[in-house]
Design a protein around this ligand. Sequence first.
Ligand code: PMP
Length: 284
Amino acid sequence: MSRTVYVNGHYIPEEEAKISIFDRGFLFADGVYEVTSVLNGKLIDFEGHAKRLERSLNELDMDHPVNTEELLSIHRELVSRNNIEEGLVYLQVTRGVADRDFAYPKSASPTLVMFTQAKPGLSNSPQAQTGIKVISIPDMRWDRRDIKTVQLLYPSMGKMMAKAKGADDAWMIEDGFVTEGTSNNAYIVKNSKIITRQVGHEILNGITRRAVLRFAAEQNIDIEERPFTIEEALEADEAFITSATTFVTPVIEIDGTVIGNGQPGSTATALRSIYLEESLKAAI
Ligand code: PMP
């Protein structure tokens, strides 16, 4: 069934959606994106995603195509027109269309594209029950991972490297320490304490990360924000990831070594259910 998508002010059937071959998103990966999950037909943490989008645009001196209010109404319109109960809304802003030149164009208007993906069962995925397996790979991305750009080729390669080894995802290593997963933030739990890398230019400041750490603090779980190594992770009691579409998902194996007892850990499991419950309450 054809979706209704959004392109620069217009709601159109997906087959009719067109972007110029001169769009800088296409030519230079000169664009940023956000993914907001939808549960029970409502947006999870829309405000967090809208704020991070604003920050990404500012960091790249890119114009804002619409204000937050308009952005919310486009999200809602797409969710409603496509009858999304569980799924996501993807949005991408690029610097716009201009003749190919490395220098930013002086007068291009940003391109805004949005579409939905239905994901029935998103809140109760098999991976949440079984946990996932990850491998470690070098982090070969650029140094501004805090900006959510569409330069996703290396993360795609990382997923393929993981698949080739029979794993689900990869954790990336820089200077001996884990930065994050290819499309998620990474955590370990040792002696009931959550350890996760502090935010900075090295990782994306996950919207789910922030919420999960807040809920963990409310549960009086200790949190240490610092880099950790794969060796430390292998000795951990638990490991897990967070992202807008995986929420909290346990990691049960790293580089072929079983973590803890090889089952989803109790901290990850509890945080997942708190996260889902609280996010649903706050969903708009
Ligand atoms: N790190 C990276 C590299 C990501 O791509 C993502 C998801 N887009 C995350 C972390 C998690 O961020 P969020 O919780 O906002 O989805």
